[in-house]
Design a protein around this ligand. Structure first.
Ligand SMILES: NC(=O)c1ccc[n+]([C@@H]2O[C@H](COP(=O)([O-])OP(=O)(O)OC[C@H]3O[C@@H](n4cnc5c(N)ncnc54)[C@H](OP(=O)(O)O)[C@@H]3O)[C@@H](O)[C@H]2O)c1
Ligand SMILES: *[C@@H]1O[C@H](CO)[C@@H](O)[C@H](O)[C@H]1NC(C)=O
Ligand SMILES: *[C@@H]1O[C@H](CO)[C@@H](O)[C@H](O)[C@H]1NC(C)=O
Length: 292
């Protein structure tokens, strides 16, 4: 107890104070000027809005989704808005070969990569989970596995640019919601995987930031249709949400929380987890895994 009172608690206090109050750098739109950015799931919704913000900031963008027709429109609009360059590559993230080749092609089009924004998801229904293993497998592949494949393919370019991976997740990837068990599993998986490799990067001095984005309900057409008659809750703006995601990535934040209510964000942040993750690193002998 004496030890606790003397060292542990003050250390934790300092840690938390540092974590929450350390002066955060201000976002400036110029941070994205000339940057080379990939946005997946950018034919509509939040992804489309991110492409437009990036275009206004003067970034190079490559967008992807399945619908070629919609992507064409997004690219034309990006060029009107002032993108340094804008291209699309259409394909399905059910296909891991496509995912891998997509990153290579996008890198070639832009001559490198600064930010990989992973945002696409396969269609989700709100219903009780019964026995639809087929749906569960597809969700895990599109919402989770393809994110890993895309990151692996992008890592060499991101290492060169000291770049960033931005992973779009959900409150359903932090806490339990009914009716979306497969979706929730895929979003929790993103947290487990990307938070774990973030720690590895920091130990191994790989200067590629990973930003996990925890979103509340956002007013995209898809989401509004999916929750209609089921969820009585006001949605937040997709335009503002898209901007907050880009800011989080540009400022190399570990996590960003976006929701209509600031209370949700405060409650979700889970300081206990952060403390335990920080402290448990002391027990690892990581030297053997580094510089091999
Ligand atoms: N909206 C919300 O309330 C909310 C809340 C929390 C988290 N989020 C997260 O925010 C992100 C964007 O959500 P959103 O509401 O903007 O979704 P959305 O409007 O439905 O957009 C989904 C995008 O993914 C693409 N896509 C779908 N299936 C695909 C496939 N098999 N391969 C490649 N691309 C595919 C879609 O284009 P195609 O159909 O043309 O392929 C579309 O561009 C997701 O990660 C979601 O989990 C959203
Ligand atoms: C990346 O960061 C390293 C230091 O970690 C620095 O030496 C290098 O110049 C940076 N490269 C780019 C392209 O910013
Ligand atoms: C990592 O890269 C960022 C962006 O280029 C740079 O600001 C930062 O100083 C780098 N950090 C380290 C530890 O090299």
């Amino acid at each position: 107890m004496a030890f606790m009172r003397k060292y542990l608690l003050p250390t934790l206090g300092l840690f938390l104070a540092y974590y929450y109050y350390s002066a955060k750098e201000e976002f400036r739109p110029e941070m994205l000027q000339g940057k080379k950015v990939i946005v997946t799931g950018a034919s509509k919704g939040i992804g489309e809005e991110m492409a437009y913000h990036l275009a206004r900031m003067g970034a190079h963008v490559v967008v992807t989704a399945r619908s070629e027709e919609s992507l064409q429109k997004v690219v034309s609009r990006c060029l009107e808005l002032g993108a340094a360059s804008a291209h699309y590559i259409a394909g399905s993230m059910e296909d891991m070969t496509f995912a891998e080749q997509f990153v290579a092609k996008a890198g070639k089009l832009m001559g490198g990569l600064d930010m990989l924004i992973l945002n696409h998801i396969t269609k989700t229904y709100m219903r009780l989970f019964n026995d639809d293993i087929h749906h569960l497998r597809k969700i895990m592949e599109v919402n989770f596995l393809s994110y890993v494949v895309l990151s692996v393919a992008a890592l060499p370019m991101l290492k060169q640019s000291n770049g960033s991976i931005v992973v779009v997740s959900s409150q359903a990837g932090k806490i339990a919601h009914p009716l979306v068990a497969p979706y929730s599993a895929s979003k929790f998986a993103l947290d487990g995987f990307f938070s774990s490799i973030r720690t590895e990067y920091s130990v191994a001095k790989v200067n590629v930031s990973i930003t996990l984005c925890i979103l509340g309900l956002i007013n995209t057409d898809t989401a509004m249709k999916a929750v209609s008659g089921i969820l009585n809750m006001e949605a937040a703006s997709k335009e503002e949400c898209a901007l907050e995601i880009i800011k989080g990535g540009a400022l190399r934040q570990k996590e960003i929380y976006y929701d209509r209510s600031p209370w949700t964000n405060l409650l979700l942040e889970n300081p206990g987890r952060k403390i335990l993750e920080f402290l448990s690193l002391n027990y690892y002998n990581m030297d053997t895994f580094i510089n091999n």
